[in-house]
Design a protein around this ligand. Structure first.
Ligand code: GLP
Length: 254
């Protein structure tokens, strides 16, 4: 696991975008796994900037998003479909037919989860997966207690997640209680993973994920078992690591 600590959110976002851009240039038909939440917004902004400068071409890229709220339509402003359109897709040349996000309005959930796994399998799984992390250590919507052997499935959101995500809704009651998410097994099939985190609110989750025991109580800790993970975080999120997050931008292997 490579841990790179950057001075601030902007630098983290720029460096992460540079890494994603290099991966696309090296493999123009990259299968890119995408995350939502506030953390990757800067990364997407930077990717859009590189695209506009003519330095990046998404035309052969395939994307798979980690998750979607259950019960929200694609046009709902808080749906992850909407988020991705706003922050990335409508600004770049990703082909519509190569964009994949779980259907939050599927009536047959089992079938939708199976369909999503099947699409991933047909694409040869994800080459490069972007992850954020919840304050409780969740990745995608895999909450504490999650089964490490699970593939795409329906998830009950943890109370802490509902509370954390309530800031995007009118009231906590409006936050969907369930979501469809790639499972840990699905995420772990990715050939490379970038875990992003910014801010003091994420410091404990990052410490537990990187330096704590591998346990399903901290879903992100499973990444310690993956052979190719790059943790890209700012100093605030690195504050509780034993190697520290102080000083200049630096990398360490743990
Ligand atoms: C959300 C998403 C995750 C995301 C996390 C952190 O619930 N399902 O994919 O990583 O919470 O969000 P943020 O980046 O806004 O802190």
């Amino acid at each position: 696991m490579l841990v790179e600590v950057f001075n601030d959110y902007e630098e983290m976002s720029r460096r992460a975008a540079r890494h994603v851009a290099a991966a696309i240039r090296q493999k123009p038909d990259l299968v890119l796994g995408l995350a939502t939440g506030s953390t990757p917004v800067g990364l997407y902004r930077e990717l859009v900037r590189l695209f506009r400068k003519g330095e990046l071409d998404f035309s052969r890229v395939t994307t798979f998003n980690l998750d979607e709220y259950y019960g929200l339509s694609a046009s709902h402003e808080q749906s992850y479909h909407y988020f991705m359109q706003e922050h990335l897709f409508r600004h770049v040349n990703v082909a519509l037919e190569r964009i994949h996000i779980p259907d939050g309005q599927a009536t047959d959930i089992q079938a939708e989860c199976a369909r999503y796994e099947q699409l991933l399998a047909e694409a040869g799984w994800v080459d490069l997966q972007i992850l954020g992390i919840g304050g409780n250590g969740h990745i995608g919507f895999n909450e504490p207690g999650t089964d490490f052997g699970a593939s795409t499935h329906l998830i009950e959101l943890a109370p802490a997640t509902i509370q954390a995500n309530a800031r995007f809704f009118k009231s906590p009651e409006d936050v969907p209680r369930r979501a469809i998410s790639m499972g840990i097994k699905t995420i772990m099939r990715s050939r490379e993973i970038i875990l992003l985190a910014s801010g003091r609110d994420k410091a404990e989750a990052i410490r537990a994920a990187i330096e704590g025991p591998v346990t399903n109580q901290v879903p992100a800790s499973v990444l310690q078992l993956h052979p190719n993970v790059r943790v890209m975080i700012d100093q605030a999120a690195a504050a509780l690591l034993s190697h520290g997050g102080q000083g200049q931008t630096h990398a360490m292997t743990v």
